[in-house]
Design a protein around this ligand. Structure first.
Ligand SMILES: Cc1cc2nc3c(=O)[nH]c(=O)nc-3n(C[C@H](O)[C@H](O)[C@H](O)COP(=O)(O)O)c2cc1C
Length: 142
C-alpha cells in the first residue's frame, strides 16, 4: 500500500476541505493516507512517504503562510522530496495565483516530480475543484 503524506495549512477551512478530498482519493485509490496539518508535520515524515501532497493558501503578499507552512517547506531538501510525485493545492482570493507558481518552481528545484501545476481555487472550493483534489489523491496512490 503506497504511503501518501498530505500536509496542509488552512486558516478558514478552504484549503483544509481540499486536503480532505485528496485524502479520500488516496484511500479510494488503495493508498495509505497520512493527513497532517503543517504544525504537526516533520521532514522525517516526508522522507518516509512515497508520494506527497502539500496545500497552503496564498498569504502575506503571494507567499506561503509564514508561521507553520513556510518553516515546514523550508525544512525540506532533495533528500526528502527528490524524485517523489508531489501535488500542490490551495485557495486564494484577490491574486492571480503567483504564490502557487513560485511554490511549484521551488519544489521542482528540489527535484520533486510535480503533478500538474497545482490545483488552485478562489475562496471556498467548488465541487469541480474538490473532484480534482480527489483525482490527485487517486493518482498519488497509484
Ligand atoms: C493575512 C492574509 C493574507 C492573504 N494574502 C493573499 C494574497 O497574497 N493573495 C491572494 O490571492 N489571497 C490572499 N489571501 C486570501 C486567502 O488566500 C483566502 O482567503 C483563502 O481562501 C484562505 O484559505 P484557507 O481557508 O485555507 O485559510 C490572504 C488572506 C489573509 C487572511
Amino acid at each position: 500500500m503506497k504511503k501518501v503524506l498530505i500536509v496542509y495549512w488552512s486558516g478558514t477551512g478552504n484549503t483544509q476541505a481540499m486536503a480532505e478530498s485528496v485524502s479520500r482519493g488516496v484511500g479510494d485509490g488503495g493508498g495509505e493516507s497520512i493527513l497532517k496539518d503543517a504544525g504537526n508535520a516533520t521532514a522525517d515524515l516526508v522522507k518516509e512517504a512515497e508520494a506527497l501532497a502539500f496545500g497552503c493558501p496564498a498569504m502575506g503578499a503571494e507567499v506561503l503562510e509564514e508561521g507553520e507552512m513556510e518553516p515546514f517547506i523550508a525544512s525540506l531538501g532533495s533528500a526528502e522530496v527528490g524524485d517523489k510525485s508531489l501535488g500542490l493545492f490551495g485557495s486564494y482570493d484577490w491574486g492571480d495565483g503567483q504564490w502557487m507558481r513560485d511554490w511549484a518552481d521551488r519544489m521542482k528545484g528540489l527535484g520533486a516530480k510535480l503533478d500538474g501545476e497545482g490545483i488552485i481555487v478562489q475562496l471556498e472550493p467548488t465541487e469541480e475543484a474538490l473532484i480534482q483534489c480527489y483525482e490527485l489523491g487517486k493518482r498519488l496512490a497509484g
